[in-house]
Design a binder for this molecule. Structure first.
Ligand code: FAD
Length: 459
């Protein structure tokens, strides 16, 4: 059985592993990935200062090492085909089953005036920039400013805050991209506002991320309005929100002399408008204040007429990811996801199953859960892929191999190439005392590969 998986993130690897485990011995997996690199958001999303989480890739690498597994990086699923591109038709012709594990590539917007002005970004792109995603190489955010704003109450907002609040030497020990480390050297941010729509009991931060704030001992944390007392929690408070609140109180009670930076958690505010200077660069954010009505299961939010304006020369919104439509594949615009039945079989918008096509991971469920959540999802979809029948004659072995060769001739990165790149990145990193030094652009990758191949040919 021939399987194609599009998208080399955690879901793609969990799916491949589950198919190898439960499928027939002749099952092969060919994985196609638009960047030159495997591992999706583990490489391009997970915070550089959380290296342990990235150890999950050791398992993915084992899957990759299977002789039944092939990798084609720098290959994108689009409508038109052509060099470096493949189409859904190509895949459905050559393979018995095709799984789309492409994650959520785009971001949600706030829908406020001047949201796209200079130095205003989505966290999706900002995180991609500091993690060395090739598409975000040219973002070049200006950190030579005084006031930054991060909007959002989830862990990604805290990741962004930690990057901005880190001295260069702290991040230099990580696999953050070279260009972001250079930018950190120029960082003059004195104050960061974290804007949260609801109250301190309502945040979606997890405990380890909030506790980590205590490590920033030269940063003064302030909370507006004053934190609610610990001893009168709302009915929906749980262990996580209670522990978060305890840490918030500890941070609020800490008085730092001559702080390196001040962080203001501003609760119950929603950005209303960005204001820009004559160069179109963001300079202020106007917010409106919200009232909260505490309910049994959550708080209800009501916008008031009260507004405030805060300085903001760097504005980052972390309000969620959403799927990006794939040409030739149905897409549910409102949900930002590929429509599917309960088992992950792709359907058209009327619910009719498209034979041979499956979706799993963030693009199936939406951007929620931790890396491990995708394992259950992928295993479930893998079972259905093995059970389903498809009346379909795939192309011959020779046709498939010739198609693969066309992709490789067009610049696809093979798993042998990745082996060389991985070894180069880790050995360069080792010399600098960090886990890896990331290559970023396709040009860098090609130059490195040419050198590495020339060296191994003469050795
Ligand atoms: C900023 C951030 C930090 C996170 N931190 C953590 C954490 O610390 N711990 C944790 O457990 N979880 C974390 N997560 C969540 C975790 O990363 C996700 O659960 C997981 O990556 C989703 O896996 P996926 O394979 O569905 O999608 P992805 O990881 O996004 O992988 C999708 C892959 O598909 C590729 N692709 C997309 N379109 C195409 C196309 N047209 N053709 C070919 N390839 C394509 C992409 O390049 C990508 O490699 C974080 C998420 C984010 C955004």
């Amino acid at each position: 059985m021939r399987v194609a998986i599009v998208g080399a993130g955690p879901t793609g690897f969990f799916l491949a592993a589950s198919l190898f485990k439960s499928g027939p011995e002749n099952l092969t997996v060919d994985m196609f990935e638009k960047t030159p690199f495997p591992f999706g958001l583990v490489r391009f999303g997970v915070a550089p200062d959380h290296p342990k989480i990235k150890n999950v890739t050791r398992g993915y690498q084992k899957t990759m090492d299977s002789p039944r597994f092939s990798f084609f990086g720098n290959v994108t699923l689009t409508e038109d085909g052509g060099q470096g591109h493949i189409t859904a038709d190509d895949l459905l012709r050559h393979y018995d089953r095709v799984a789309l594990t492409v994650g959520c590539q785009d971001d949600r917007k706030l829908g406020i005036p001047f949201e796209d002005s200079k130095n205003s970004y989505s966290a999706t792109r900002f995180v991609g920039w500091y993690n060395g995603h090739p598409e975000d190489r040219e973002l070049n955010p200006n950190l030579k400013i005084k006031h930054a704003t991060v909007v959002g109450a989830g862990n990604v907002a805290i990741d962004v805050f930690r990057f901005l609040a880190s001295p260069h030497q702290r991040m230099a020990m990580t696999d953050a991209s070279d260009h972001s480390l250079e930018a950190l050297k120029t960082n003059t941010i004195e104050e960061v506002d974290v804007l949260v729509r609801r109250g301190a009991w309502d945040v979606a931060f997890t405990n380890p991320e909030v506790k980590e704030l205590l490590d920033f001992e030269d940063v003064q944390f302030c909370f507006y309005p004053d934190l609610p007392p610990l001893d009168s929690p709302p009915p929906y408070a749980d262990r996580t929100s209670t522990k978060n609140m305890e840490v918030f109180h500890e941070l609020a009670g800490r008085r730092i002399e001559n702080p390196r930076m001040t962080v203001n958690f501003r609760f119950q505010v929603s950005p209303k408008e960005l204001r820009v200077d004559s160069d179109g660069q963001v300079k202020e954010v106007e917010v409106c204040h919200n009232e909260l009505e505490i309910g049994e299961t959550r708080s209800q939010l009501r916008q008031t007429d009260k507004t405030s304006v805060y300085p903001s020369q760097l504005f980052i919104r972390s309000v969620g990811y959403r799927g990006r439509p794939l040409a030739g594949i149905p897409f549910h615009q409102k949900w930002g996801l590929i429509p599917c039945d309960k088992k992950g079989r792709v359907t058209d918008l009327e619910g009719k199953v498209m034979e041979g096509l499956y979706v799993s991971g963030w693009m199936r469920r939406g951007p929620s859960g931790v890396i491990g959540t995708n394992k259950k999802d992928a295993t479930e979809v893998g079972e259905v892929m093995l059970q389903d029948q498809r009346a379909h004659q795939t192309t011959s072995r020779r046709e498939l191999e010739s198609w693969h060769q066309t992709l490789l001739d067009g610049g696809a990165i093979s798993k042998q190439d990745w082996g060389l790149l991985d070894a180069w990145e880790t050995s360069e990193g080792e010399q600098l005392g960090k886990p890896r030094r990331k290559l970023v652009t396709l040009l860098e990758v090609q130059e490195a590969l040419n050198k590495l191949k020339a060296t191994s040919a003469t050795a």
